[in-house]
Design a protein around this ligand. Structure first.
Ligand code: FA5
Ligand code: MG
Length: 371
């Protein structure tokens, strides 16, 4: 893991009252507190009690909690060190707050929200960052609830309540006229599964994943399979805050520039980010031959190197060409890196030096042959 990621552990943006991530967290809490006492939104058996809230669970978790307990198959891509940061073979930086589903259920929680920082090796663009924040929600139903609702099983009730609640949440955050749409999805831990997208700056942005929990997870946590059902969701807090506050780039959440931080205050849902400057980006391409007899350098590897060297000066990394040489069979890859600071204009000299260090790190660290 690069220092750029490691240094962010413990930053706890979601517990700093004036930070946009904390503001959106509190707004979501308020929505679920209100929903818990509204029979139109939560079916009866919930007992009108509020959701339990956790926001200080440690991000270093057993790999079993992050994967096995939520039924992620042994060969699922998310388990690979290309996607997840391993501390050692048995321990990871959680890649989602779903890592806390099972332990919370075992501790007796039946309706809860878990907020925290999560870590992923991922691509670089305006809506992806290697550290971001999620809020997990889980709510368990008893058989008496779906019977009272006149439904044949728990899945139908869970799906109905889940979609209603999340549509209500979107309206609460963005107003009734926000454009949203449901997309069918796949997660190992839910069935059926869905993602919600919000129209933002003319494009659909995925803000959350959710679904009806697999009964086996409930059973393994000590609940009686068949006598209960549950829904679960995982919200991307940066993405929701980008839509709400009109924040165009995910790097801004980590900015300490007062021109950014001073724009937000606790409880201030009505803030709209006012850009203070827009400097031109600078594009640099890098082409290389993939190492021979070794696994190929992936986009996530590439992005980690770029993030490690350039930090938040890296705005986007895009694959622009890949081909295999017809005679030698060697694979060539070309990426375009966009550099841009949110705070100041960059000198050519500075960017050339950064680009040289990126090239050096690719050649020395990953063993590619630069072209
Ligand atoms: C999950 O992480 C599932 N655990 C969500 C879930 C929970 C589904 C419970 C069902 C039940 P996904 O990988 O799609 O799913 O991430 C969830 C959200 O996190 C995304 O919709 C997006 O809003 C946000 N997200 C994902 N990757 C990044 C990233 N690199 N940077 C910023 N936000 C991200
Ligand atoms: Mg997704």
């Amino acid at each position: 893991m690069t220092d750029a990621v490691f240094d962010k552990m413990g930053a706890s943006l979601h517990t700093r009252p004036d930070h946009p991530i904390a503001i959106i967290k509190e707004a979501i809490y308020a929505y679920f507190d209100a929903a818990a006492s509204d029979p139109a939104r939560l079916a009866a058996g919930h007992g009108r009690s509020a959701f339990s809230k956790f926001d200080a669970l440690h991000p270093v978790v057993p790999a079993t909690a992050n994967f096995d307990e939520v039924l992620v198959p042994a060969d699922h891509v998310s388990r690979s060190p290309n996607d997840t940061y391993y501390v050692d073979d048995a321990t990871v930086l959680r890649c989602h707050t779903s890592a806390h589903q099972s332990s919370s259920l075992r501790a007796g929680e039946r309706a809860f929200l878990v907020t925290g920082d999560v870590y992923r090796r991922d691509s670089i663009d305006c809506s992806h960052y290697p550290v971001f924040h999620q809020m997990e929600g889980v709510r368990v139903f008893e058989k008496s609830e779906w019977e009272a609702a006149g439904l044949p099983d728990g899945t139908a009730l869970a799906e109905r309540e889940l979609k209603g609640l999340l549509e209500g949440l979107a309206a609460h955050l963005f107003g009734p006229s926000a454009e949203t749409r449901w997309v069918d999805a796949y997660f190992p831990f839910t069935h059926p599964s869905f993602e919600l997208e919000v129209l933002f700056n003319g494009e659909w942005m995925e803000v959350l994943g959710c679904g009806v929990m697999q009964p086996a997870i409930l059973g393994a946590a000590g609940l009686e399979e068949g006598a209960v059902s549950a829904w679960a969701f995982g919200l991307g807090l940066e993405r929701l805050a980008m839509c709400l506050f009109q924040i165009p780039d995910i790097r801004l959440f980590w900015s300490s520039d007062p021109r950014f931080t001073k724009q937000f205050r606790a409880g201030g849902m009505g803030s709209r980010f006012k850009p203070y400057s827009k400097f031109p980006p600078c594009f640099k391409d890098v082409s290389f031959w993939q190492p021979e007899g070794k696994p190929a350098v992936s986009e996530n590897d590439m992005c980690e190197v770029v993030r490690g060297v350039a930090g938040d000066l890296a705005e986007a990394v895009t694959l622009i060409d890949a081909f295999t040489h017809p005679k030698t069979g060697r694979a060539s890859t070309c990426y375009r890196i966009a550099y841009r600071s949110m705070e100041r204009s960059l000198e050519d000299e500075e960017i050339n030096a950064v680009q040289e260090r990126v090239r050096g790190a690719l050649a020395d660290g990953l063993g590619v042959e630069l072209r």
